[in-house]
Design a protein around this ligand. Structure first.
Ligand SMILES: *[C@@H]1O[C@H](CO)[C@@H](O)[C@H](O)[C@H]1NC(C)=O
Ligand SMILES: *[C@@H]1O[C@H](CO)[C@@H](O)[C@H](O)[C@H]1NC(C)=O
Length: 191
């Protein structure tokens, strides 16, 4: 039964949800190098100590946008991944600045509806060149940090130059309600 649930969840991720387009530039043993073309994302930021605490609040605001809290009053399909840009220690009390985004589906890329919540905005994200490391499970704050660090170590060991070690992205592929075998990634940006 448990295996069936896990299997169905894996299917829902791969088959049912539109994902942000990208091309794979290189496949290494522990990471993948990708280019995401310039696209629009819907975005909000939060200062916090904790990734997971900030994520709950930001997910709520972005979910309301796709649920109709926009100037067209329309529902927008959920997409994957949900990215969070982590900018450590940027707040006045050294909180981290977390910036969460949902990819705007292709059908709305040209003219996305405008968010009514003034904390939420449409981000024109330029082309993004990243190195991505994947891991599974229910990620706690320490898991994001552990994997970002492991990815940085692997990139440095491979002699990859011109990487941004100040900021990184986390990417989640499951709704907050999925419990088993969640798919997560950390992305380190090429400068
Ligand atoms: C947090 O980061 C976002 C995205 O880079 C930026 O727009 C926002 O101004 C930052 N907030 C603070 C308080 O630094
Ligand atoms: C978790 O999901 C990945 C695919 O996303 C799969 O390769 C892996 O076998 C799954 N693990 C378990 C324990 O089901």
């Amino acid at each position: 039964m448990l295996l069936l649930v896990v299997f169905l969840q894996a299917l829902s991720v791969t088959l049912c949800i539109e994902t942000a387009p990208y091309t794979v530039v290189n496949n290494a043993e522990t990471y993948e190098e990708r280019i995401y073309p310039a696209q629009k994302w819907v975005t909000t930021s939060h200062l916090s100590i904790s990734h997971n605490q900030a994520s709950n609040d930001m997910f709520h605001d972005l979910f309301n946008f796709i649920d109709g809290q926009n100037d067209a009053g329309i529902k927008v399909d959920m997409t994957a991944p949900v990215t969070v840009l982590v900018q450590p220690g940027e707040g006045p009390n050294c909180e981290n600045n977390f910036t969460m985004s949902f990819y705007v589906p292709a059908a709305h890329q040209d003219a996305p509806p405008k968010p009514l919540n003034t904390n939420v905005y449409i981000e024109e994200r330029p082309e993004l060149h990243v190195f991505s490391r994947r891991f599974h499970g229910f990620a706690q704050d320490v898991d994001w940090i552990f994997n970002a660090d492991a990815l940085a170590q692997d990139l440095l060991a491979d002699g990859v130059e011109d990487i941004n070690l100040q900021h990184y992205y986390t990417a989640g592929y499951d709704s907050p309600f999925v419990i088993f075998n969640r798919t997560n990634e950390v992305w380190i940006m090429k400068k």
